[in-house]
Design a protein around this ligand. Structure first.
Ligand code: GLY
Length: 341
């Protein structure tokens, strides 16, 4: 069990079985999930359930209205608990619905994807997207608890598991050489004997960062963006679909290590090391969209969070296992690095 402290209290991340979770849900619980997770696990939960279509498109204001409307029709009150049973999209959508329905009701994160278990279910940021950009309508709204049921990974498609593994490697690259060493010996597989220890370690690392920077004001959280500045641009340029978030992050980590190497911040040879690790995990290290330098640069410029004035901010590796924030990177330097890949 890991405790995460925040300004209004604390919540715990617990590892439990689906059976245990289902048996111990509050009486007045309502589940929001996606259609795939409902098909695999929904029958285990005997409470009102709304399944939304899987995919980023469901993280919309229209779907938020649907979730809140459903809660109202089902008679959810201020003392109800909303359960976000699913991956990152469900956690964000249901979390933001919980933050706003009746001015805020309790909610519980029950992440079912590796990505959600190691990253998005922890930290308290919840949001939906606008056509103008991702996560533009949201809140800091910590859950009551995060219940990690590792068995849900057994029904996760292999590609999704690998995509989630990119975030696990990211934690190793930015903060934990020991985690990196264990992943290099044994990349993540659905039946990895060390899976629980790995998920737990990532949650501990995320907890350390978000406790230091709950509201994203000190800059500490920004170290988690390693691979994400280029990764988000790849997702935007390809229209959020063909390349999964974790795959875009894998490609982004290689690209950002390259930028860091060219700037003299990142130890030479790091790009090759990351490429090797990603290949070991079966993750991509390049994509066609990355060759469209103009589009990638335009997408990065549009991502206001990554901008400080006209320059870009990056979380760069110093070497494998340690990173630092570099706020004033010239777009021309980024473009030159992309061209060299
Ligand atoms: N929900 C993800 C975070 O707060 O970082």
């Amino acid at each position: 069990m890991i405790t995460i402290r925040h300004s209004a209290g604390a919540y715990q991340v617990r590892f439990i079985s689906v059976q245990n979770l289902a048996e111990h849900l509050p009486k007045d619980a309502f589940i929001v999930t996606d259609e795939n997770v409902r098909a695999a696990w929904g029958a285990r939960f005997p409470c009102p359930t709304l399944a939304v279509p899987p995919g980023e498109a469901s993280k919309s204001v229209a779907m938020l209205e649907r979730v809140c409307g459903w809660l109202a029709e089902e008679g959810a009150t201020r003392s109800s608990t909303l359960v976000a049973l699913g991956g990152g999209m469900v956690g964000d959508l249901a979390g933001f619905a919980a933050a706003t329905y009746m001015r805020g009701i309790r909610y519980l994160q029950a992440p079912t994807s590796l990505l959600a278990q190691v990253d998005s279910s922890v930290g308290g940021k919840v949001a939906v997207d606008l056509p103008q950009g991702k996560n533009l309508v949201g809140a800091f709204y910590p859950p009551e608890e995060v219940a990690v049921c590792l068995e849900t990974l057994t029904t996760l498609p292999e590609r999704e598991l690998k995509a989630g593994a990119a975030e696990v490697w990211k934690y190793g690259f930015i903060m934990d050489p020991t985690l990196l060493e264990s992943l290099s010996n044994e990349p993540i597989k659905p039946d990895s004997p060390d899976l629980r220890a790995i998920v737990q370690r990532c949650v501990e690392l995320k907890a350390e960062v978000v406790e230091e920077d709950e509201f994203e004001t000190t800059g500490r959280r920004a170290i988690l963006n390693f691979g994400h500045t280029v990764g988000h641009a790849i997702e935007a340029v390809t229209g959020y679909g063909p390349i999964k978030h974790g795959e875009a992050v894998a490609i982004g980590m290689v690209a950002e290590a390259r930028i860091g190497e060219l700037l003299g911040v990142t130890k030479p040879g790091t790009v090759a090391d990351i490429q090797e690790c990603m290949a070991l995990q079966g993750l991509p290290t390049h994509c066609d969209a990355l060759r469209d330098h103009e589009a990638i640069m335009a997408a990065m410029r549009k991502d206001k969070k990554k901008l400080s004035g006209d320059t870009l901010a990056f979380s760069f590796l110093i070497s494998l296992g340690e990173c630092k924030l570099v706020p004033n990177v010239q777009p021309s330097e980024v473009e030159a690095a992309l061209k060299s890949l």
